[in-house]
Design a protein around this ligand. Structure first.
Ligand code: HEC
Length: 111
């Protein structure tokens, strides 16, 4: 019984996290993306092949990547610097903005 309660608490925490990620505001994200477009491009498609296309990428994937750069779990000297001072809200807004742009054709499971 205790295990079942712990498991459902864990699941609730997980779904709360994904709701928070989906709450990013693309219009606010656009205003925060000024430092990013130098490499990832105004259109989010990258100014050169070594800069990943962000346009159309899943917001939750990008938010996850940014949190990992911030924590150091994903190591990249360039992105570590840009992610270091982002708040959780910044990350969600930036991810929502780049996800809203036309670019990658990312499949959504079940659609
Ligand atoms: C100086 C160039 C540069 C700037 C500025 C920059 N990035 Fe990046 N970004 C990169 C590079 C290079 C990578 C690939 C790093 C790696 O291999 O992990 C990357 C990777 C990423 C990824 C992961 C993409 C993927 O497909 O896994 C995200 C998300 C991202 N950047 C978002 C941002 C955001 C948001 C900003 C602004 C706050 C930003 N970047 C600013 C160069 C830059």
């Amino acid at each position: 019984m205790k295990i079942a309660t712990a498991a459902s608490t864990f699941l609730l925490a997980l779904s709360a996290t994904s709701v928070a990620i989906a709450d990013g505001d693309p219009a606010i994200g656009k205003t925060k993306a000024t430092p990013c477009v130098a490499c990832h491009g105004e259109d989010g498609k990258g100014i050169a092949p070594n800069y990943p296309v962000l346009a159309g990428q899943h917001a939750d994937y990008m938010a996850h990547a940014l949190r990992q750069y911030r924590s150091g779990d994903r190591k990249n000297a360039i992105m570590a610097g840009f992610a270091a001072n982002l708040s959780d809200a910044d990350i969600e807004d930036l991810a929502a903005w780049f996800a809203s742009l036309d670019g990658l054709d990312t499949a959504v499971r079940g659609k």
